[in-house]
Design a protein around this ligand. Structure first.
Ligand code: NAD
Length: 264
């Protein structure tokens, strides 16, 4: 049997990159998928086309996850289309980089409101829906996956707003995991290392920058969105039923202090 058979999943920011791969992988495993996008309708349509070509089901909903009214409308549309919700992947994230001395309040707020407040708004609506639906005794009634980053642990000069947002996601995830576990809602995070997507195109599209990046990755390759998508399916499925409040680092070893490998 498919691992997400009969499940309904919302994947935020699934018009590109990691979110797109997760939406496609979840649909392959039997889930009906709500493809959320912010600006790229074309990207969302590509996600849906791949899902439908493989025999899966999905709908596309535009929403800015940092806006409460958009999030409420996103969830309402999802429930109207599929009648229920089982999985939320809080994937959306952005970078607005600046040296700290020059960082404007707008640059700070842009990242915090999307990466952190967006996760709060979506997780709250998902949890409310899971509780409303209920479920069988002793079984999980829903799963939430929060996309974090190795920068929830590794400081990142020049990207202070981004690192602060992901550090916030780590403690947000753990705190709601603790609060929602008695309700049988599981909450976990994935912290990717360097995954080849539009967010870091400036690095992987420049051959001069790749050696420095690979020096940070003991496994010596950049990650693929599918590396993350397969883990997301597992975290959303009953196979990980006893896992909550955990962060899975998918990073080719980036968290292993690679600079110590050649240090005598
Ligand atoms: P991406 O730019 O392809 O995806 C980000 C998605 O979020 C895009 O589809 C974008 O349209 C959407 N988005 C941006 N603002 C939005 C908003 N306000 N409302 C709704 N959607 C919005 O990049 P990605 O690498 O696939 O990033 C996905 C997640 O993975 C992000 O949370 C990112 O921080 C995280 N991440 C990525 C890497 C990496 O190396 N690619 C590493 C660590 C963490």
């Amino acid at each position: 049997m498919l691992r997400l058979d009969q499940k309904v999943a919302i994947v935020t920011g699934s018009s590109s990159g990691i979110g797109q791969a997760i939406a496609i992988e979840m649909a392959k495993e039997g889930a009906s998928v709500v493809i959320n996008y912010h600006s790229s309708r074309d990207g969302a349509e590509e996600t849906l086309r791949v899902i439908e070509d493989a025999g899966g089901k999905g709908i596309i909903v535009k929403a800015d996850v940092s806006r409460e009214e958009d999030v409420l409308a996103l969830f309402a549309e999802a429930i109207q289309a599929f009648g229920r919700l089982d999985i939320l992947v809080n994937n959306t994230g952005r970078q607005v980089d600046s040296a700290f001395l020059d960082m404007s309040l707008d640059q700070w707020n842009a990242v915090i409101s999307t990466n952190l407040t967006g996760q709060f708004l979506c997780a709250r609506e998902a949890a409310r829906q899971f509780v409303k639906q209920g479920g069988e005794p002793e079984k999980a009634i829903g799963a939430i996956i929060c996309m974090s980053s190795v920068h929830d642990m590794i400081p990142w000069a020049g990207h202070v707003n981004y690192a602060a947002s992901k550090g916030g996601v780590l403690m947000f995830m753990k705190s709601i995991a603790q609060e929602l576990a008695p309700l049988k809602i599981r909450v976990n995070a994935i912290s990717p290392g360097a995954i080849q997507t539009p967010i870091n195109r400036s690095v992987w599209s420049d051959p001069a920058k790749m050696p420095a990046l690979l020096n940070l990755i003991p496994y010596k390759r950049i990650g693929k969105p599918e590396d993350v998508a397969k883990a997301a399916v597992w975290l959303a499925s009953d196979e990980s039923d006893y896992v909550t409040g955990e962060t899975l680092y998918i990073d080719g070893g980036m968290m292993l202090y690679p600079e110590f490998a050649d240090n005598g």
